[in-house]
Design a protein around this ligand. Structure first.
Ligand code: G6P
Length: 606
């Protein structure tokens, strides 16, 4: 989704730093980019469609003069990707420039009204903002802060905004309502950006704006207030624990590969989470009449696996519902006896936030699992468990998936302890086994990566794949299928293996690749039946199985062996070969797995 940056510096030109920060936002997904600065009472602007590197080669983004500026990476919503639609957008007098992430819902009405007096050049909703501010300043002769506030009171929708004005050249005015925005504090320089990784090389001191707040940022002063009303808000400075190195490739060709390899470390950190928060969450779940798990994309697959873990280990009845369908599926079902377990690595996914807000407004308690401190989801939640994966830059989630799984495993075990579903020594054994998972992943990568690469290279030209699993492995299969679609652009479907005979099997012809996820759990015998069905139709069978599972090996054309993993935790280790498979299929096909087309890391629109 769109990325925004703003910098106000006492002494130095800002465009090279804005350029660098925009590159750090590339992972969010975008189709055009631009920068505007203020210099000698004028706006200087460079923007175009395409990748930042191409735009820079053409226009030299580092050569804009001025010590105050804004930048943007655009992910098209209103209007095609083009130079005209790229941000920043300016008013008729070319004195006010704006970058925006989000959607202005009433833009058509505002555009019609403003169109009588102003000239619009783009198709974007954003362009109404500079014109509206221009009109307010012209009429009332007020300053940028006041004009922005008045303009925002007329606007409905989601936004993170940064605005500059040539008559107040050492100032950024920013606002947030439903789209992420952080302010960074430096020495004689201040920043703002869509997310923390963009600012990591420059500062680790940040202030988080809440929805409905705006701020005026000058080099040595930040003032925050509410948009609707005159309430001043005390800025709270927060030290970010992430280092700049964590958001770099560290010698790997892609972030996705680096993040796959980082999983043992991410998992170790998460398994050491404060037991108090796990205990508090388990108690809330235990006290609830109804529990819904909700999430989107990869987090949704973690939620689905979580549902199985909670039922198997701690007999908790829960339902996992994808966030975009949450409200429709639970109309009339949410009340103050309900708890929502919301999972989101970014904590900013609009669908998930929407589900949470809906449930909260109906009296539900909100418990969340997220990887980003201070993210919106954490601020909407009664309790938040922070996973310890460090920043994840690859658009396709990998390490955050397994830390979400580990968190759900810890919660399930704690709940089993509270309700006495498992006895003390059983719990201890499960905990011990869970602590072994980082080592199992390490071994799997070491032993199997080259075999997985070879298999991926061999099958990278296939048009379709089927991923099958039973029980908790359905979630693993779904995640493997999603990874392949996302980064290698190969059509794939995931099914519960038992359900495949009710439809997907019609697709099978000789050589059709079917990936089975077959840990040695209680579904093992049945899935062998499903493998036989596919084999009988001459499918090519690839299996992820226990390294000692000779039966599966015999039935499969290719098998990736996984060291023994306790069965309720199998998704944590069995997903690793599937992530690597997707990665190598993507690179073999010549795609950049870090920036898959049309996708965004954090989807902040509904
Ligand atoms: C986008 C990303 C996915 C991610 C999903 C949910 O679609 O491309 O990788 O799984 O959003 O994101 P969240 O931050 O809520 O986990």
């Amino acid at each position: 989704m769109c990325g925004i940056v703003g910098i106000v510096d006492k002494d130095h030109p800002v465009s090279p730093i804005i350029h660098e920060a925009l590159q750090r936002l590339e992972y969010r997904g975008y189709d055009s980019a631009g920068i505007a600065t203020i210099y000698q009472n004028a706006i200087f602007m460079k923007k175009d469609k395409g990748k930042i590197k191409e735009i820079h080669e053409k226009l030299d983004l580092d050569k804009l003069p001025g010590t105050t500026g804004i930048g943007h990476t655009r992910w098209a919503t209103h209007g095609l990707p083009s130079r005209i639609n790229a941000h920043p957008h300016v008013d008729c007098t070319n004195k006010i420039a704006v970058v925006h992430n989000g959607i202005i819902e009433n833009f058509l009405d505002l555009r019609e009204e403003l169109g009588k007096r102003h000239t619009f050049v783009s198709e974007t909703d954003t362009e109404i903002i500079p014109h509206l501010i221009e009109e307010i300043i012209t009429k009332t002769k007020c300053d940028l802060r006041t004009a922005t506030k008045r303009a925002l009171q007329k606007i409905r929708g989601n936004y993170a905004l940064v605005i500059i004005y040539v008559k107040e050249p050492h100032k950024l005015v920013v606002a947030r309502n439903g789209s992420p925005l952080v302010i960074g504090i430096g020495e004689k320089v201040d920043y703002c950006a869509s997310d923390i990784p963009a600012l990591l090389p420059f500062t680790r001191k940040v202030v988080l704006l809440n929805d409905g707040e705006m701020a005026t940022i000058q080099c040595d002063e930040i003032s925050i207030e509410t948009i609707n009303g005159a309430v001043a808000v005390e800025p709270k400075i927060f030290d970010v624990p992430w280092t700049p190195e964590m958001a770099q490739k560290g010698g790997y060709p892609h972030f996705m590969l680096k993040e796959i390899h980082e999983q043992p470390h991410a998992l170790n950190g998460t398994l050491m989470i404060r037991p108090e928060i796990i205990d508090q969450i388990a108690k809330v779940l235990n006290d609830s009449e109804k529990v819904y798990i909700t999430a989107a994309g990869t987090s949704n697959h973690a939620g689905l696996a979580g549902k199985y873990m909670l039922s198997k280990l701690s007999a908790l009845r829960s339902q996992a519902i994808t966030s975009s369908e949450f409200q429709e599926s639970t109309v009339n079902l949410i009340d103050d006896g309900t708890t929502i377990l919301a999972i989101s690595q970014s904590g900013e996914t609009a669908d998930t936030l929407n589900a949470v807000k809906f449930a909260k407004s109906n009296g539900a308690r909100i418990v969340s699992i997220t990887n980003v401190m201070g993210s919106t989801i954490s601020r909407l939640s009664d309790l938040t468990l922070y996973t310890q994966a460090g920043p994840e830059i690859g658009v396709a989630a990998t390490k955050t998936f397994i830390v979400q799984l580990a968190s759900l495993a810890l919660i399930s075990l704690q709940l089993a302890d509270i309700i006495g579903k498992l006895n003390g020594s059983e719990i201890e054994q499960f905990r011990e086994e869970l602590l072994q998972t980082p080592r199992i992943i390490e071994k799997t990568i070491k032993k199997q990566e080259s075999l997985i690469r070879d298999i991926a290279y061999e099958h990278a030209n296939k048009q379709n794949f089927l991923f099958l699993g039973r029980g908790i492995s359905t979630a693993t299969a779904m995640e493997g299928s999603l990874k392949l679609k996302e980064v290698a652009y190969i059509h794939s479907e995931a099914y519960p293996a038992g359900e495949s005979k009710h439809g997907a099997i019609a697709l099978i012809e000789p050589g059709f690749p079917v990936v089975f996820v077959t840990p040695p759990d209680e579904t093992h015998e049945k899935i062998i039946g499903n493998i036989m069905e596919m084999k009988a139709r001459e499918a090519t069978i690839m299996s992820i199985a226990d390294e000692q599972d000779y039966e599966i090996q015999k039935l499969s054309d290719k098998t990736i062996g996984i060291p023994q993993t306790p069965t309720p935790f199998s998704p944590i280790t069995y997903v690793i070969p599937l992530q690597l498979f997707a990665y190598y299929a993507a690179t073999k096909r010549g795609y950049d797995p870090d920036k898959p087309r049309n996708l965004a890391k954090s989807v902040t629109v509904l």
